[in-house]
Design a protein around this ligand. Structure first.
Ligand code: PMP
Length: 443
């Protein structure tokens, strides 16, 4: 496998040449919260794959639902006046759990396409309601919104912009609400307000009549699990409302229970106009994402009539819809969102935040089942390591792999997002491994 991979595969977000020299880790099986490699070693999947496997790996009911669907109707599209039972049922099931005022969903194959859909949908909406000048998007530095031209442009990651001539025009990036790294002398509350005011300054500089929307993840995931101070989101919402700028909550990671609410915007107490989702909705079993469209935009788009010239071959794929319906059924039957909020979430959080006592940990934060540890040589000063940024994080991540726990390193932090089915015993094992990782990294 390694030889075939080395000869023929280009890995996403990887230095393929360096990887080929080292040899990729080959993952061959997954069950519950564990994955297994080709040498038979098992790991706790502390990242749910890529923030996907919400209901745990190897759920037979999802596999059966996909197989049954593909036997019945393997593929048909939802273009040109056709539909199928699964896509209609899934759109209704999403409306049932979405915040009030969200009745309609546009389906895509994943998160990046959902974000691209938002760009086109929002600009089309403003044109349809007679305000075509509103086209600019405000996004944030260090945000991740996907890898397509639109998604990577809205994202604020410099290395991504450097490849492919990004960002596309019409995007303004503002501060991220990252108190630990960028808060300076300000209190978290003041910093949250300051970062929100950056949004206001950007909109006012561009002219509100030119600004279409603000997009943000309720909690920035790939940017390092950045949980904004409580002051941030309510202020951003107020700023957007006052200027008639739409608010887009990118919930590709936070959506479908990760924060202990069905959607991260609910955790943050914010009412957006559009919500993007992917990943957890099928627990990673089938590529499916979409945009849940609030009534205002839906009415503007649909009420005006006319065609929205946008869609993907796999928009509403029958297999993806079956996977999502089966995943939602498990979430309801096992009450998993409530479990994240009131049971395993608080259980893991209390043990996770106690890791802040370790000399290497500056901050240990977690909401629901998404968290980060900021590693620092001097927590009082929130200092960075002398080594090139990210070096210590990668060392810690590699030790963690050896110890049998998958975490991700972002800068010099470790991030975690395990399946919602994690047991208390597995949570204890996980935290014990993290303790050993911290000791070994410190040494
Ligand atoms: N938005 C956010 C917030 C994400 O985290 C991601 C993926 N990590 C995306 C969009 C892109 O989703 P996908 O990889 O499914 O295209």
């Amino acid at each position: 496998w390694r030889a075939l991979d080395a000869a023929h595969h280009i890995h996403p977000f990887s230095d393929t040449k360096a990887l080929n020299a080292e040899g990729a880790r080959v993952i061959t099986r997954a069950e519950g919260v564990h994955i297994f490699d080709s040498e038979g070693k098992s790991y706790i999947d502390g990242m749910s794959g890529l923030w996907c496997s919400a209901v745990g790996h190897g759920r037979g009911a999802i596999v059966d639902a996909i197989a049954d669907q593909l036997r019945q109707l393997d593929y048909y599209n939802t273009f040109f006046k056709t539909t199928h039972p699964g896509v209609a049922e899934l759109a209704a099931a999403i409306a049932q759990v979405a915040p009030p005022g969200f009745q309609r969903t546009f389906f895509t194959s994943g998160g990046s396409e959902a974000v691209d859909t938002v760009i086109r949908m929002v600009r089309h909406y403003w044109a349809a309601v007679g305000k075509p000048s509103k086209h600019i998007f405000i996004a944030r530095r260090n945000a991740y919104h996907g890898s397509t031209m639109g998604g990577a442009s809205l994202g604020g990651m410099k290395p991504m912009h450097a490849q492919g001539g990004l960002p596309i025009p019409g995007i303004i990036h503002v501060a991220q609400p990252y108190w630990w790294g960028e808060g300076g002398d300000m209190s978290p509350e003041d910093f949250g307000l300051w970062a929100a005011q950056e949004v206001a300054r950007a909109i006012d500089a561009a002219g509100p009549e030119n600004v279409a929307a603000f997009i943000g993840e309720p909690i920035q995931g790939a940017g390092g699990v950045i949980i904004p101070p409580a002051t941030y989101w309510p202020e951003v919402q107020k700023i957007c409302r006052e200027r008639d700028v739409l608010l887009v909550s990118d919930e590709v990671i936070c959506g479908f229970g990760r924060t202990g609410e069905w959607f991260g915007c609910q955790y943050m107490g914010v009412e957006p106009d559009l919500i993007t989702f992917a990943k957890g909705v099928t627990s990673g079993t089938f590529p499916l994402g979409g945009v849940i469209v609030g009534d205002r935009v839906a009415e503007g788009l649909i009420g005006q009539g006319g065609e929205f010239h946008h869609g993907y071959t796999y928009s509403g794929h029958p297999g993806g819809c079956a996977a999502a319906l089966a995943t939602l059924k498990i979430m309801h039957e096992e009450d998993l969102v409530a479990r994240v909020k009131s049971d395993i979430g608080p259980y893991l959080q209390s043990r996770w935040t106690a890791l802040a006592e370790h000399p290497l940990v500056g901050e240990a934060r977690m909401v629901g089942l998404i968290g980060a540890l900021e590693l620092t040589p001097d927590k009082a000063r929130r200092a960075r390591f002398a080594a090139e940024e990210g070096t210590v994080g990668l060392i810690a991540r590699d030790i963690s792999f050896r110890e049998g726990l998958v975490m991700r390193a972002v800068r010099d932090s470790l991030i975690l997002a395990p399946p919602f089915t994690l047991s208390e015993g597995e949570a204890d094992d996980l935290v014990a491994i993290v303790g050993r990782v911290l000791d070994a990294t410190w040494a």
